[in-house]
Design a protein around this ligand. Structure first.
Ligand code: ARG
Length: 459
């Protein structure tokens, strides 16, 4: 297939240079967007009288035929072509002769690739949002079943205060909700059609950019022709939103890996999401969680790659920008597969409630509640803190939990301790008492689940 730009050149591109220059291996996946963009373009050319209405009809039908043939497998994409735009135009010209050669009137590959990419991204954002919504629902469902599952909350990976497994999980539900709203913002900011910006300086033909924007489902048009073909901030923004999603998934994975270890045993992963060792027969490894955590690095890498690729480019189009798609598509594919696999892994894991509760009983996580008890009896907090610290040191020495001390032992530290201290130290009571908004008590967790499902329905 001839290059679109033959004419000025005396000899063909070196084969190696041709392979290096070609982007079809990456951009062929945008064939649908490319063809729909071209169909909108020829509709507009026809309506504006830039081509005859007969020619517009022939062109549109020819393009629709190519789309149908690629989709049915009748037409194979030729990977020797320079890019998907050249392939479609070349195929159209093969089929229609001279009429096919009118397609590229008042257009450039520079606005064409920008419109294709934006259309493709919009569709992917919809898929990513669905995947996030599914995951948020899974998280809320598990939280709903674990409103009373006492668990140690950690800071510095040291047991800190009593929470419920539901409270812990819902923290992630809110992170994923913000991730989805970041995708929504990103889509809203990129929902402008660059078609008609042409190479960089618009065109002398009487085009109607709003007509193509409407047909392609854009909210509006890009208002500056050089901006329309120069910027890729929407790619950076999506790569950044995807990096944040991966960061959240990766933290969650890290916890799942810890929780599934023998030392924790808070959860057990389903066999369908675990692997074994080739030498150690006892092993059950959380490979899926580890891979999601590991793949986070490449998504960050793609973001840095995009930012770096763009940082020194003079306006308007530069071929460097062809690199945007490989990075972005890799991030989109990676995030989509990670979201789906993670959801499968999470929804099938077994929560070992008893183990969580047993572990929670060991770490003095009711120490703050002990200090609060004294405060409620009139003692200033800092004094109560110190007295409780002394009690903890005593417990460690005696190898006892706080609630295992006798009332007499308590009273050696403060005469404000009375028989009701034992109820105050009960972990269930400690959790139920945390009624502050957003806290782990059952009513607060229920309110969070309701709030999440409301936010989900707004996405
Ligand atoms: N494959 C190119 C890209 O992805 C398409 C635009 C080419 N434009 C050009 N003037 N060479 O950026």
């Amino acid at each position: 297939m001839d290059k679109l730009w033959t004419g000025r050149f005396r000899k063909p591109l070196e084969e190696a240079a041709n392979d290096f220059n070609s982007s079809i291996a990456v951009d062929s996946r945008m064939f649908r967007e490319d063809i729909l963009g071209s169909i909108a373009h020829v509709h507009m050319l026809g309506k504006q009288g830039i081509v005859s209405s007969q020619e517009a009809e022939t062109l549109a039908a020819g393009l629709a035929g190519i789309l149908a043939d690629i989709e049915s497998g009748k037409l194979e994409i030729d990977f020797r072509a320079e890019d998907i735009h050249s392939f479609v135009e070349g195929e159209l010209t093969l089929r229609l002769g001279d009429t096919g050669k009118r397609l590229h009137t008042a257009r450039s590959r520079n606005d064409q690739v920008a419109v294709d990419t934006r259309l493709y991204i919009k569709a992917r954002i919809a898929k990513l949002t669905e995947a996030l919504k599914t995951l948020i629902k899974t998280v809320c469902d598990i939280a709903d079943k674990n409103k009373d599952t006492i668990m140690a909350g950690y800071t510095h990976l040291q047991m800190a205060q009593p929470v419920t497994f539901a409270e812990h999980l819902l923290a992630y539900a809110y992170m994923f909700l913000r991730d989805a709203s970041r995708l929504r913002d990103c889509k809203a900011r990129m929902d402008y059609s660059p078609l008609g910006c042409c190479a960089l300086a618009g065109t002398t033909f009487p085009i109607d950019r709003r007509m193509t924007a409407r047909e392609l489902g854009f909210a509006d048009i890009v208002k500056n022709s050089m901006d329309g073909v120069s910027d890729r901030d929407y790619c950076v923004e999506l790569a950044s939103a995807l990096s944040i999603i991966m960061m959240h998934l990766s933290r969650f994975c890290e916890e799942i890996i810890l929780w599934s270890s023998w030392e924790f045993k808070y959860i057990e992963l389903d066999d369908g999401y675990s692997t074994g060792s080739s030498i150690m027969p006892q092993k059950k490894n959380p490979d899926i969680a580890e891979l999601v955590r590991g793949k986070t690095g490449r998504v960050y890498g793609n973001l840095i790659g995009l930012l770096t690729m763009l940082k020194g480019l003079p306006l308007a189009y530069n071929k460097d920008m062809q690199e945007d798609k490989e990075a972005l598509f890799d991030s989109v594919d990676t995030a989509l597969s990670c979201l789906s696999l993670f959801n499968g892994m999470l929804s099938t894991m077994t929560v070992l409630k008893d183990n969580m509760e047993r572990a929670a009983a060991k770490g003095f996580i009711n120490a703050t509640d002990c200090a609060d008890y004294l405060v409620k009896k009139g003692m200033p907090f800092r004094t109560a803190y110190k007295i409780t610290g002394g009690l903890i040191a005593y417990c460690i020495e005696k190898k006892k939990a706080l609630e295992e001390l006798s009332l007499q032992e308590f009273q050696e530290y403060s005469n404000l301790f009375e028989a009701d201290i034992y109820a105050a130290l009960d972990l269930k009571v400690c959790v139920a008492g945390r009624i502050s908004e957003g806290g782990p008590s059952a009513p607060s967790v229920e309110a969070q689940i309701r709030d999440c499902s409301e936010k989900l329905s707004e996405l």
